[in-house]
Design a protein around this ligand. Structure first.
Ligand code: NAP
Length: 331
């Protein structure tokens, strides 16, 4: 069997510090799963930064190659469903957590993690969507089952981030009126271009009014940050409103009473992209490549090289990234 040397980002544990550098590895040392794939593009997600800074809830053993997203071409396959040359996507499951991830030019993964690239997307576009955009897709799918455009406004938090940007674009494409909550005063034009009709300053929305239930302002929400911001959305939903929660950039804690649920009948919907079932995953990728393909995909991304990923990982931890950052693996 032919093996290849390749470039990969590697995070090493040095005492209490975690150091991430580009190294040359060989495919002989990858896990020997069903599908060996040459990675053309990956993308930067919040979880990658957690992995590269030693968060043991994400990655237990180092040295390790992060990267929860990968799009590329099959090199060899042990299963009939994939053959050399097929263009494919892998996102979620254990990729980049404890399995070497998409910040390496090759990955070797179980075939059940592999999704054929849908016809309406290029490899690059699939990574502009990536896990963050896919999560926006799941959130939109779940929310729109309960809340319709005529019910009222939808609030999206972490608005300039990866999940937030795609969620705004998707919701406005589907006819919803979107209010963005953002900490970046300089990015209001960007948010309006994505489809937001109103913008609330994150500082103004991050204060609790101390009430169990607040006046009803939103029919629904897609929250990516948690904490007081999510508490405020829950307390401000219309009767039968709904909000999805996928992230905890601000806090993992929620301090709310049961009143919004039992007085207004609202729903809090948890979102997990990592283990989203395979059949539903394929359906959602197809939707995102077709009717739900975000209109402004080419305006929400920055492309970087493997050598620039470490800086992007520290930026995402500080909430500095805008939109999606994709990684060109240079193969
Ligand atoms: N459950 C899942 O399956 C799943 C999947 C993907 C992502 N996630 C999670 O979703 C979250 C967002 O991911 P992402 O890729 O969109 O990250 P991101 O690109 O870094 O976006 C996060 C955004 O949150 C806002 N923000 C930053 N610091 C904040 C703070 N201290 N308080 C409140 N808001 C803050 C910023 O937007 P503004 O400046 O515009 O406010 C930032 O751009 C992360 O926690 C990630 O782990 C979960």
């Amino acid at each position: 069997m032919v093996n290849f040397d390749y470039k990969s980002l590697v995070t090493e544990e040095l005492g209490r510090a975690y150091v991430t550098t580009v190294k040359i590895l060989n495919t002989a040392h990858l896990p020997q799963n069903d599908v060996l794939m040459r990675v053309k593009y990956s993308s930067v997600n919040y979880k990658d930064a957690l992995s590269a800074t030693g968060n043991k809830g994400v990655t237990k053993k180092f040295p390790h190659t992060p990267g929860i997203d990968a799009a590329g071409v099959v090199v060899r396959s042990k299963v009939e469903s994939y053959k050399a040359g097929d263009e494919v996507i892998v996102s979620g499951y254990d990729l980049g957590m404890n399995t070497p991830g998409g910040f390496g030019q090759y990955i070797n993964v179980p075939s059940e993690w592999v999704v054929p690239l849908p016809k309406g997307l290029t490899l690059k576009e699939s990574m502009i969507i990536g896990t963050a955009g896919f999560t926006a897709g799941i959130s939109t799918h779940r929310l729109t089952q309960l809340v319709k455009p005529h019910d009222g406004k939808i609030v999206v938090t972490g608005a300039t981030g990866g999940v937030g940007s795609v969620a705004i674009s998707l919701l406005s494409k589907l006819g919803y009126q979107v209010i963005a909550v953002s900490g970046k005063a300089s990015e209001h034009d960007y948010l309006k271009k994505l489809g937001a009709t109103e913008i609330i300053s994150r500082n103004d929305f991050q204060v609790s009014d101390g009430k169990a239930v607040s006046s009803a302002r939103f029919a629904g929400g897609i929250d990516t940050v948690g904490g007081v911001i999510l508490e405020n959305i829950i307390k401000s939903l219309h009767p039968l409103g709904a909000v999805t929660t996928c992230g905890s950039v601000s806090s993992t804690q929620l301090n709310i009473s049961a009143f919004p649920f039992i007085l207004r009948g609202i729903s809090l919907i948890g979102i997990s992209a990592q283990n989203y079932p395979f059949e539903l995953r394929k359906v959602l990728w197809d939707l995102l490549s077709d009717n739900w393909k975000p209109t402004n995909l080419m305006e929400i991304y920055t492309e970087i090289s493997l050598e620039e990923v470490d800086n992007a990982l520290s930026d995402i931890l500080q909430g500095k990234l805008k939109g999606r950052v994709i990684v060109n693996l240079g193969l």
